[in-house]
Design a binder for this molecule. Structure first.
Ligand SMILES: O=P(O)(O)O[C@H]1O[C@H](CO)[C@@H](O)[C@H]1O
Ligand SMILES: [Mn+2]
Ligand SMILES: [Mn+2]
Length: 404
């Protein structure tokens, strides 16, 4: 197509990140103690042939793997192109993954706190909030509220915890520490760890509700306060060239709103897919970037393969609608930001390659392998090439997938 003198194959590019849906250990998994992890493979094994993913299958989700996902047939032929991407960022968190997709890998490891945050930070948090800080160590977020939530209800203390990622998480019962107050504390915490001494990827507000430890549940008021992108992203480049950039779900948080014209907050994966359906009805020229976090937050970290598989099947159904509604000059890419194998030890993300599925009703060729991409940045540079915008990083696969 030809839009205003600029030649482009696709007017609208939709990327959907299935958060944490990895497809097998990366070449450097040993550095993360993640050898043997395989999120999709292990979910498939758990379901013993009953993982029904017809739409992902026809896009080639089993084609891109050395061993097909159990119960998910290799498409012959696939309707689109398929491959995998490996990560060059130092970490395996959402921020690293998404920033790298947008041409900004995080090459220097961000700060992690396997022994808890330093006393000086704790002191400042206590002084600012007027509340005592408790826990201060790596913990599972659901276990920490189970173990300390009732105490917090009595004392109003702040539950501070972390994980293997560069994250500072503060859990607070919504009736004890109102969400607004929690956000203020997190905003303040953000200012303490923007470098150079400590550089933390995300401060995460973790509000929860419920009467007692067996009934506490975390709410959709979760909010991530990310480090500001340390430079331009491919989204900034698209915007500077006059294209629209829309963020659905955690995208807005992950980039601190930078490079995004309009952001939608998701309550859940299904709510996120409602937003995608809504955006598909809009007339725009540019990029819609969606993150679906339930795979990760609700099932990956909880090591729950049953819930993980069900969430994949629910997503697959909604994907069917997207495939039907796509216009000829729409391009859809499905990928992930890291792994989080529910069949693996621990509760942290896993260093895995991620799937790459690419489809448009008008692509000239299909059923092609895009191979193993050497960085997630190949995704961003491909989108930029479609819009004739210069990129700084990655190797484009645009020529393979274009429709001219
Ligand atoms: O255990 P919960 O609170 O879900 O926390 C998890 O969520 C964080 C962000 O993905 C991870 O770093 C991990 O700590
Ligand atoms: Mn993630
Ligand atoms: Mn996670």
């Amino acid at each position: 197509m030809d839009t205003g003198g600029v030649k482009m194959s696709y007017k609208r590019v939709f990327v959907i990140v299935m958060d944490s849906v990895g497809t097998g250990a990366a070449h450097d998994a040993d550095k993360f103690d993640d050898v043997g992890s395989d999120t999709l493979g292990h979910v498939g094994e758990y379901y013993k042939g009953k993982l029904a993913l017809p739409n992902l299958a026809k896009m080639g989700i089993s084609n891109l793997r050395d061993t097909p996902i159990e119960g998910v047939p290799v498409a012959d032929p696939a309707i689109g192109d398929f491959g995998k991407m490996e990560e060059i960022s130092a970490g395996k968190d959402s921020m690293d993954g998404h920033w790298e997709m947008m041409g900004l890998p995080v090459m220097k490891p961000l700060s992690t706190f396997p022994n808890g945050f330093p006393q000086e930070i704790v002191d400042k948090l206590e002084k600012f909030s007027g509340r005592k800080v408790i826990v201060n160590k790596p913990y599972s977020g659901t276990e920490v509220i189970h173990d300390y939530g009732e105490r917090q209800m009595k004392t109003g203390e702040l539950i501070l915890y972390t994980s293997g990622d560069s994250v500072m998480q503060i859990a607070a019962h919504e009736d004890v520490i109102p969400v607004k107050e929690l956000y203020k504390i997190c905003e303040y915490a953000r200012t303490l760890v923007n470098g150079p001494e400590y550089t933390v990827g995300r401060i995460i507000a973790r509000p929860y509700v419920g009467p007692d430890k067996d009934h506490f549940t975390r709410t959709a008021n979760r909010h991530d306060f990310s480090l500001k992108p340390i430079g331009e992203t491919d989204m900034d480049r698209l915007r500077a060239a006059g294209y629209d950039v829309i963020g659905v779900g955690k995208i807005n948080d992950i980039f601190s709103g930078q490079g995004i014209d309009k952001g939608y907050h998701n309550e859940s994966n299904m709510d996120g897919m409602d937003h995608v359906d809504e955006v598909m009805k809009q007339d725009f020229t540019g990029f819609c970037f969606t993150n679906l976090v339930d795979f990760d937050a609700m099932y990956g970290h909880r090591r729950n393969p049953k819930g993980f598989g069900q969430t994949l099947m629910d997503f697959d159904k909604r994907l069917g609608t997207v495939l039907k509604e796509m216009k000829p000059d729409d391009l859809l890419m499905i990928t992930a930001d890291h792994g989080n194998d529910p069949g693996f030890r621990g509760t942290d993300h896993t260093r895995e390659n991620v799937p790459l599925l690419v489809y448009s009703p008008s692509m000239k060729k299909s059923n092609q392998s895009l191979g193993l991409r050497k960085t997630f940045s190949d995704l961003g540079v491909t989108i930029l090439e479609n819009f004739n915008v210069d990129a700084v990083r990655g190797t484009s696969f645009y020529k393979k997938i274009s429709n001219d």
